[in-house]
Design a protein around this ligand. Structure first.
Ligand code: F3S
Length: 284
């Protein structure tokens, strides 16, 4: 059995940037906290904890003097709350997420209602909605568009950064079909992340030529779930795992070629462990 991985794996530039910011901050201030885990990976979070980086889930929980906003970003109200508590606030919001936040704010200031194509429970989407200044709504699935009540006459549509371009196009299409009679104006800003688009394109290409795909990443990671979804939609059996220990020999059977790709929060050592585990499985 041969194993092939996509060219792009491991941390994206947004996660690398957040890691660098946190490591510089902990070197300067000694003990810091992040609002939410810095990345969707237990091993990385535990490694940072050992260096003095704690994790809190809300502004009230911060017990130290320095807090870092993670790459997913936060609503402006949360950043203000942290500052009002007298904390040193270091913002590591990914520049791609910032673009989406700014698009939401610009639409809101121009009098548009904002629709975010994304998961309403994801921290990034919650943050973006905060930037829409109360005029935003997240919609996860095109099937929910017809049931939207009280849409404003002018709508600005943006997307969670990790969504797939094909799904966004379908969503926009459906939005036009279902809502246009109720609207005066619709504007769309492409807020998709270029890194995730490249990963998804590479993953689909690899999925089409292999017998099985292994997608590595935390189950709570939106970009990893989307990778697993696009690989399955290419018709290739796909397993989403968080690490090498989850790989089961019976999945591999008589597969000749297995593909591997990873989400953007996966350290290279975890990818290597997965590759090693697959390469050790005896061929049948
Ligand atoms: Fe940013 Fe895209 Fe990574 S939005 S955090 S570069 S997945």
């Amino acid at each position: 059995m041969r194993v092939e991985k996509t060219e792009e794996t491991g941390f994206c530039f947004g996660v690398k940037r957040s890691m660098r910011i946190v490591e510089e901050a902990v070197a300067e201030y000694g003990r810091i906290e992040t609002l939410g885990p810095l990345v969707h990976n237990r091993r990385v979070v535990d490694g940072l904890k050992a260096k003095g980086v704690g994790v809190v889930t809300s502004p009230e929980e911060v017990s130290g003097q320095v807090v870092v906003i993670c790459s997913h970003g936060v609503p402006p109200s949360v950043a203000h709350e942290l500052t009002a508590r007298g904390l040193k606030v270091i913002d590591s919001t990914c520049p791609n997420v910032r673009r989406a936040q700014q698009a939401a704010r610009d639409f809101s200031k121009a009098g548009f209602g904002v629709i975010v194509f994304g998961d309403p429970d994801h921290p990034e989407v919650k943050g973006i909605l905060g930037w829409a200044e109360g005029k935003g709504l997240a919609v996860s699935d095109g099937r929910d568009i017809a049931g939207l009540n009280g849409l404003p006459k002018r709508v600005g549509l943006i997307s969670q950064t990790t969504r797939n371009p094909g799904r966004l196009a379908e969503f926009v299409n459906r939005f036009v079909t279902d809502s246009m009679p109720r609207l005066e104006e619709l504007r769309v800003v492409n807020t998709l992340c270029n890194v995730t688009q490249i990963r998804q394109a590479e993953a689909i290409e690899l999925a089409r030529k292999v017998d099985l795909m292994i997608v590595v990443g935390d189950r709570s990671s939106a970009n990893t779930r989307e990778l697993a979804r696009v690989c399955s939609s290419a018709g290739t059996p796909t397993h989403h795992v968080e690490g090498a220990v989850e790989i089961q020999e019976e999945w591999l059977g008589d597969r000749l070629l297995v593909g591997v790709t990873t989400g953007t929060s996966i350290p290279d050592e975890v990818t290597q462990e997965v590759m090693d585990r697959l390469e050790r499985v005896p061929s049948k």
